[in-house]
Ligand binder design. Structure first.
Ligand code: CUA
Length: 311
């Protein structure tokens, strides 16, 4: 799976920038305190054999050290408070609203719109326009998960029975990797999310494409694959817009072939990996809810040909 693996120290949005600044401030302040304490210790050890220091000088030194300590603590508390204030104040008007639902172990994404016909679903790949605020409505379908895209913002939990809203914005185009940051069972480590921040026009083009139903396959092998998909166990869990497959237990596959990764970021989205995933999901991601599907080689090739048409 491509995408930068950079952390919170390479921020790409206003909140992540505020957090990075705080990290730097804490690092340099506490680092300086550490260096000063060690230097004082060394100086004290070297001075030991010299004349006795008077009682008054000693208490003045302790008082000064105490004062500096309190001032440093107050400074750190103030900086921390100011950062969280800045972050929570970020509430631009007319954000893009996306519902993000955590599942064991993938992300369901639902792009909300005032016009119901412009609402659509996707999974594991969050497209957002650059320079525009996004309000993510975080929910979970099962256990507690945590949404974390270090280059864009801090972590926010997805809690059963509650909706948490996370505001973020990407200031430059790019791929930002995110992951679940709360232990949520066997495959917690395989619950990745890719944020694709793109210019507004690209985002709109992508959005328009996502709203389109995939055209029915013309190739007879892919047609056979579609038939197999719709008559097999796949329809029990997945949706493909414009077909009878309308289940929501697993990721929406309407535009599966246009995504970069499979299985919550576990595998690159290539024909070979799709084959492996269909046949051996339980080997590749043990404990996941995707069963391994036993298909004959001719059936497998047909299903793969059909999945490839879901661009
Ligand atoms: Cu979801 Cu860890």
């Amino acid at each position: 799976m491509s995408g930068s693996a950079l952390g919170p120290l390479e921020p790409a949005g206003p909140q992540a920038e505020a957090i990075a600044r705080l990290i730097h401030f804490f690092f340099w302040t506490t680092g300086t305190v550490y260096a000063v304490v060690l230097a004082t210790l060394v100086a004290a050890l070297l001075r030991r054999r010299k004349r006795e220091t008077g009682e008054r000088t000693l208490s003045a030194a302790v008082g000064l050290a105490l004062g500096i300590t309190l001032a440093v603590l107050a400074l750190l508390t103030g900086a921390s408070y100011w950062t969280s204030h800045r972050i929570t104040r970020f509430r631009p008007a007319r954000p893009i609203e996306i519902e993000v639902t955590g599942h064991q172990w993938w992300w369901e994404l639902r792009y909300l719109n005032e016009e119901p016909s412009r609402i659509f679903q996707s999974a594991n790949e969050l497209h957002i326009p650059v320079g525009r605020a996004v309000a993510l409505k975080l929910k979970t379908a099962d256990v507690v998960h945590s949404f974390w895209v270090p280059q864009l913002h801090g972590k926010r939990d997805l809690i059963p029975g509650q909706e948490n809203v996370l505001w973020l914005q990407a200031d430059r185009p790019g791929l930002y990797r995110g992951r679940c940051a709360e232990f949520c069972g066997l495959q917690h480590a395989h619950m990745e999310l890719l944020v694709i921040a793109e210019p507004q026009t690209d985002f709109e083009a992508w959005q328009t494409h996502q709203l389109k139903e995939p055209s029915p396959p013309a190739d007879p092998i892919a047609q056979r694959g579609k038939q197999l998909f719709l008559s097999g166990p796949c329809v029990m869990c997945h949706t493909i817009a414009g077909t009878l497959a309308q289940a929501t237990a697993g990721p929406d596959l309407t535009h599966l072939a246009s995504r970069q990764a499979l299985a919550g970021g576990t595998l690159p989205n290539t024909r070979g990996h799709r084959a492996g995933w269909v046949m051996n999901a339980q080997v590749l991601k043990p404990g996941g809810h995707m069963p391994s599907i036993a298909l004959g080689s001719e059936e497998l090739q047909a299903v793969l040909a059909y999945l490839e048409t879901l661009r």
